[in-house]
Design a protein around this ligand. Structure first.
Ligand code: GLN
Length: 197
């Protein structure tokens, strides 16, 4: 059984821990560098990426996390977590850094302030025929991707498809929050990725 860390400096940590445990993983809340060394995979929750970035640096987690990501540790980021896994961001705060890993540019709060949150049903072939209920909360979207990035789902806005679920190798990211819907297929998919990594 793999041990999956949930970055626990800020955000909806508990919901991810619960979803991962229901998907059959052991979990560890990650707050210190020694814990980064003890995990087989990492989930970065939803929350506020600017705060998460600051706290990662204050708690000396940034460098060990970047090192493990570069060495191929599987990771899954939802919403703010997607931003943390992006190599490039638009509309970031001044000085905002990401951990990086996925060759993509994400736009923070992309859906606009007038639609802070909304839900949509997405078809994601990798998760089977049943659509996935996607909950977006001040969500980013993916603006541009490199050749190695595989798009799992997109949302159509004003004539353009914007990727909202992507995978690059062992890294997975969604603009939305599967941890709040009670449908644990995304977490199951990630746990299987970690098992086979
Ligand atoms: N808007 C947040 C950010 O920029 C993300 C929102 C979320 O994780 N629900 O980090």
């Amino acid at each position: 059984q793999p041990t999956i860390g949930v970055l626990a400096v800020q955000g909806d940590v508990r919901e991810h821990v619960r979803a991962l445990e229901l998907a059959g993983a052991r979990t560890l809340a990650v707050r210190r560098p020694s814990e980064v060394a003890a995990i087989d995979g990492l989930v970065i929750p939803g929350g506020e990426s600017t705060t998460m970035d600051k706290l990662c640096r204050i708690f000396d987690l940034r460098d060990p996390l970047v090192a493990r990501l570069q060495a191929g540790m599987p990771a899954y980021g939802s919403c703010a977590g997607m931003i943390m896994l992006a190599d490039r961001i638009l509309d970031g705060h001044r000085d905002q850094q990401t951990l990086g890993g996925i060759d993509m540019t994400v736009r923070r709060n992309a859906f606009g302030r007038q639609v802070d949150s909304f839900e949509d049903d997405l078809r994601i072939r990798e998760l089977g025929p049943e659509p996935v209920r996607a909950v977006f909360i001040r969500a980013p979207w993916v603006e541009e991707i490199g050749d190695d990035v595989h798009v799992l789902a997109s949302v159509h806005v004003e004539g353009t498809d914007h990727p909202v679920a992507v995978r690059q190798g062992n890294l997975l990211a969604t603009s939305f929050h599967p941890e709040v819907t009670g449908d644990h297929r995304f977490h199951q998919f990630f746990v299987d990725m970690v098992r086979h990594a």
